[in-house]
Design a protein around this ligand. Sequence first.
Ligand code: NAI
Length: 468
Amino acid sequence: MANPRTVVVLGAGPAGYVCAIRLAQLGQKVTVVEKTYVGGTCLNVGCIPSKALIAAGSLKERIAHAGAMGISADNVRLDVGKLVEWKQGIVGKLTGGVSGLLRNHKIDLVMGKGSIVDRNTVAVATPEGTKTLKCDDIVIATGSVPIAIPGFAFDERDVWSSTGALAPTSIPKRLVVIGGGYIGLELGMMYAKLGSEVTVLEATGGALPGQDRDCVKIIERSMKKLGMKLMVETFAQGYERKGSELHVKVKTKAGEQVIVCDQIASMVGRKPYSEGLGLEKVGLAVDAKGFLQVDRQMRTKVANIYAIGDIAGQPMLAHKGSKEGLVAAAVIAGHKEEYDARCVPAVIFTAPEMASVGAQEAELAAKGVAFKVGTFPFAASGRAMSLMETEGFVKVIADAKTDEVLGVHMVGPEVTELVAEAALAIELGATAEDIARTIHAHPTLPEAIMEAAESVHGMAVHIFQPKR
Ligand code: NAI
């Protein structure tokens, strides 16, 4: 086997660039091919810019509600241009940082759309013409793109995709969000905080399908408090522009309705991206959902071609893609390695935030696994009170026989940070008792995880748990 190996990574998102850097660290010769922007969706038009805008929305909202703390600020104004410029500055710093890391690791970056010619050749359409790259291995990390539904083509004027929603020129007075999933709720809530009247249209019976229902109840309540309207079992059919207004036709259980708004944002999911990739040239094909099947070493059925990130299957989350990138890099460099993560944490930057790792109750019940549940409300946390953010709770699910932590689901302040402890617990096979016996610093939010773990055994100190 040639060593160092020459590797072409297709895509410079959080799966591809992480894989490339690790390959270089392991002494391999790497070229990254990127069609649009270094850093991919995550850094440019996804995770990072959305979190910047969400933080701004939350700050504005907090200022408006700081009266109870004795703080009043009149006439809080928003300069949308400045906000977008600030967000873009963060994106610029991060993408510049990644480009710098690629350079420092002597990784070649070729900008252009790459396609597979054969098992050892990639052609890149660059502005200067086609560039041919020979290699020992290929890593496909081409990511995903937003799904468009009939009647709502993304023109980024009337109908925003998440990309358009992250670069507003003004805050729409009335915004209709199609899709009550991760993106719809994160961005819908952000716009509600910045002043929009937001209506969310969701096809299923509730927001955030597939997530812990007790957690989602808190989010739905909070949407109401923000003045948002959630229409469930509702399908958007199409829209018409009438003067300065947009008339959205929706089908609900009660019949058809028209909702008038100034802006539509369509966020009904993402699909893996493999258009024009030349998979057929090497006998590869995507499955019915558009994913490439891989083994635990991230290999496709062609031995020297790997797939990582959104193209390699659910969950389509940046951190899962990065992990797969590290695995593929190690395997290519000849190390014994496989994807053996026990869990992938999920974080949703709603208000309050939601985070989840491991199994859910419904899932365990369906499998016939006996489990115990402990919960602890943030309303009983001194730290949450001092932050004036007492909504939500932590739920710890443990195996009824072994006490091993099987899942942790939470909604409340900073839970997107707290989930790291829960993921570590599951990864290490910790029991609820292990968490309960670990000293947690006081006064901090993670104490709520400790108390929820104590509550699994009816022993939480700061809530009354009557003996069963
Ligand atoms: P999603 O799958 O989370 O939600 C899409 C929602 O749209 C679902 O609730 C679905 O029932 C609904 N829907 C589908 N068709 C519809 C229709 N015709 N009318 C009304 N509702 C309809 O997808 P989303 O929010 O676009 O996010 C895509 C992916 O991006 C997520 O799966 C997630 O992996 C990733 N993401 C992760 C974030 C994070 O980690 N914080 C934040 C945002 C996105």
